[in-house]
Design a protein around this ligand. Structure first.
Ligand SMILES: *Cc1c(COP(=O)(O)O)cnc(C)c1O
Length: 718
């Protein structure tokens, strides 16, 4: 075994070697823990070091500190007010990380301790933009879960995979077709520590798959007080194919997916064993990690000499499962032959199960034609299962009721906990300050308390809230202009068109954001179903509208790419192009810019396919209004005075329903959203609109925060 494995990046030496001036020295320690990304003044400090470089490095402080010029560094080191900010941030970091008590009001089970934490497994983690190991909602949710667990001081470790190429980067060709580019993640440019064993050697775990031993080394990421461990098979001992087991997130064929999931589940348990961690609870966040239950059964059989059935009962006591997908086709499944190919004789050797008995664990009703599904496996092997909104709980009970043939649908044991977002991660710094003043310095700790918000926001003046929102909107307009300028330049568009980017969008015009994966059920094409009418609304002389879009289509989804192409083609039309923008390569940073600056966030999923959705929750904390189909979280959040609803409660899921929802979208937009936004008093203030903004903050922020979500997991599930 080679002891010190380096990646092929060239920057390694300078990364560790660089001296920082004493007043800035704490920045190194800060850059190693993602706490900076949600701490007040954290991101701002790194940005102010060198704002152009910050953007070039894609908000990666590790890179920033390597690449910043000596001149700039000495300049900032000599600036006393900057040095003081650094010192304050560092003091708060030390205080944060040394606090060991759980959040006072939290009813934490005594079984869960630092020695026996919750082990949280997920295939993707969206902790920060500079750690691109996520594709969308699931990953961002997992990242927010870790941050809230850290803030509430819940003992929790997380297990995931270190993808060498992450998820793809979106590039739009001149003919508007989406292309995928993969960039290599270099561990020495990221805030990841290699985990070593007691002898200082790289810690490795081994999993037998496809009849070969595959080894993975381990990286540790510090997310506040939570440790996230990532398995990485890109090591020289592995065959070329096996080095790519953790190559791409959601790339590759079903076989790659299966071995990836073996590494996550089985490798993850081996890792915890090597680290000496004995979790009290294993949380399977989505089915990808469900093989961990079988590895745990193997452990119990070995250690306690139990039969598989006895061991499975023990496993069930320790495992809990969250499902995120409301359609059967969205759940991972594998044909029996593939399971046999990848697992070989492990079921027999480890669990004393025949291949037939083994595959049955992943079948809904045991029919020998059925594939092996990770959701049925997880449902069978976990003591608790939940969906991610009330509606999704209901849909999941219906979807999986066959697994409990003697139980009526409403008694199927799948409950729900509605997803939330991490307030400090998503709130604009400007509004954070407003909340500190109106709700209180401790607004974060009290963010679950609805009465605190009701009272605090009531005392916030219309003028102050509107002014803050206008500033954020101006920032969004500048962001859109900047991005569009660069994108047009890169695509070699005409000089006039490139230049026009400098004047596109107007901060006074009603601005609607629509950003999410380009997937069929998200119905991107719904808005484009009547482009004549839409163009008219956009160009109304008294009450114009502008739209900002962003989102990626899955590489294999040709239909979604066509929808994207249609949208891009339309937005280039001279009649709308100054008021419509598509921002390429949607990621966490673009999401942050959009949710903090728009007036309205639109979402038109086909009911009931939006398990929860979280981006609208990010908008709510920033004072924006939701304009959405009543599905997922919005079905719970909407109260008729805190935003706008599209369509009704029907769930036909057919073309007719799409038509009706399209009609409703246009009608509500024209008759309610636009009307209300431009309804001004003699001072030019939209009083009714601002009242809605306030009501939105008051009613939605306390309910849809990840602090509330994690607290619920702790108290009801763990
Ligand atoms: C929040 C977020 C999502 C999830 O969006 P929904 O469509 O509302 O579920 C996806 N991608 C990014 C980058 C996000 O920040």
């Amino acid at each position: 075994m080679t002891p010190d494995i380096k990646t092929d990046s060239q920057t390694g030496a300078s990364m560790t070697g660089r001296e920082l001036p004493p007043t800035l020295a704490p920045l190194r320690e800060l850059s190693w823990n993602y706490w900076w990304s949600w701490a007040p003044d954290g991101a701002e400090i790194f940005r102010d070091l060198d704002s152009n470089l910050w953007q070039q490095c894609e908000q990666n402080p590790r890179l920033l500190l390597t690449q910043i010029s000596d001149l700039r560094l000495t300049q900032m080191a000599a600036d006393p007010s900057f040095a003081e900010r650094v010192q304050k941030l560092h003091e708060r970091f030390v205080a944060y990380t040394s606090e060991t008590r759980p959040w006072p009001k939290l009813q934490l089970s005594p079984r869960i301790t630092k020695q026996n934490p919750v082990a949280y497994f997920c295939a993707e983690f969206g902790v920060h933009n500079s750690l691109p190991l996520y594709s969308g909602g699931l990953g961002i949710l997992a990242g927010d879960h870790l941050k809230s667990a850290s803030d509430l001081n819940v003992p929790l470790v997380a297990i995931g995979l270190f993808y060498r190429f992450g998820y793809f980067r979106q590039r739009l060709r001149r003919d508007d077709w989406q292309e995928e580019q993969y960039r290599e993640n270099h561990s020495d440019e990221l805030a990841v520590h290699e985990v070593k064993d007691a002898d200082g050697q790289s810690l490795v775990v081994e999993v037998i798959m496809r009849d070969r031993k595959v080894v993975a080394r381990v990286w540790r990421v510090d997310v506040g007080r939570v440790q996230l461990y990532l398995l990485d098979t890109n090591v020289p001992e592995n065959e070329v194919t096996d080095r790519l087991v953790t190559g791409h997130l959601y790339g590759g064929d079903r076989e790659t997916r299966l071995v990836q999931e073996m590494m996550l589940g089985i490798g993850g348990i081996r890792l915890l064993e090597k680290l000496g961690i004995e979790p009290a609870v294993f949380h399977l966040n989505e089915g990808h990690s469900a093989f961990l239950t079988l590895k745990l059964a193997h452990q119990s059989m070995q250690r306690e000499g139990l039969s598989f059935v006895e061991a499975a009962n023990r496993v069930r006591e320790r495992c809990v499962f969250t499902t995120h997908t409301p359609v059967a086709a969205g759940h991972d499944e594998f044909e029996a032959a593939l399971v046999e190919k990848c697992f070989g004789d492990w079921p027999q050797q480890a669990l004393s199960l025949s291949m037939e008995e083994f595959v049955k664990l992943g079948r809904v009703n045991g029919d020998s034609q059925e594939w092996f599904g990770l959701t049925p496996l997880a449902l069978r092997m976990c003591r608790s299962s939940n969906g991610v909104s009330k509606k999704h709980g209901e849909v999941s009970r219906e979807l999986w009721r066959q697994m409990w043939p003697n139980v009526p649908a409403d008694k199927v044991p799948i409950t729900s906990i509605t997803n939330g977002v991490h307030p400090q991660t998503w709130v604009a710094p400007l509004l954070r300050r407003v909340y500190e003043e109106t709700v209180g310095e401790d607004w974060v700790e009290r963010s679950r308390d609805a009465s605190v918000w009701a009272y605090g926001i009531e005392n916030l003046s219309d003028e102050e809230l509107w002014k803050a929102h206008q500033l954020l909107k101006q920032r969004l307009v500048a962001f859109i202009r900047d991005h569009s300028f660069d994108a047009r330049l890169a695509r070699g568009e005409s000089e006039a068109h490139i230049e026009a980017a400098r004047t596109m969008f107007d901060p006074k015009i009603l601005t609607i954001g629509f950003a999410r994966r380009v997937a069929g059920y998200k119905r991107w094409d719904l808005l484009l179903s009547d482009t004549d009418l839409l163009t008219k609304l956009i160009n109304d002389s008294q009450r114009p509208v502008q739209f900002v879009f962003a989102g990626k289509a899955h590489p294999q989804d040709q239909g979604a790419k066509q929808v994207l192409q249609k949208l891009l083609d339309w937005q280039r039309d001279p009649s709308v192009r100054q008021r419509v923008s598509f921002i390429e390569d949607y990621d966490q940073e673009i999401a942050r810019q959009l949710v903090q600056g728009v007036d309205v966030w639109m979402n038109v999923p086909r009911r009931p396919m939006e398990a929860s959705g979280t981006s609208g929750e990010k908008v709510a904390i920033n004072g924006g209004l939701n304009f959405s189909v009543l599905d997922g979280w919005w079905l719970e959040g909407y109260d008729s005075d805190n935003g706008f609803a599209i369509g009704d409660f029907s769930e036909l899921g057919d073309d007719e329903a799409d038509l009706r929802d399209a009609e409703s979208t246009y009608r509500v937009l024209a008759e309610e959203v636009i009307q209300r936004f431009y309804d001004r008093d003699e001072e030019g203030m939209p009083r009714l609109w601002i009242a809605m903004m306030k009501r939105s903050v008051q009613t939605l922020v306390p309910r849809f925060s990840s602090d509330r979500m994690v607290a619920e997991y702790v108290e009801r599930i763990y």
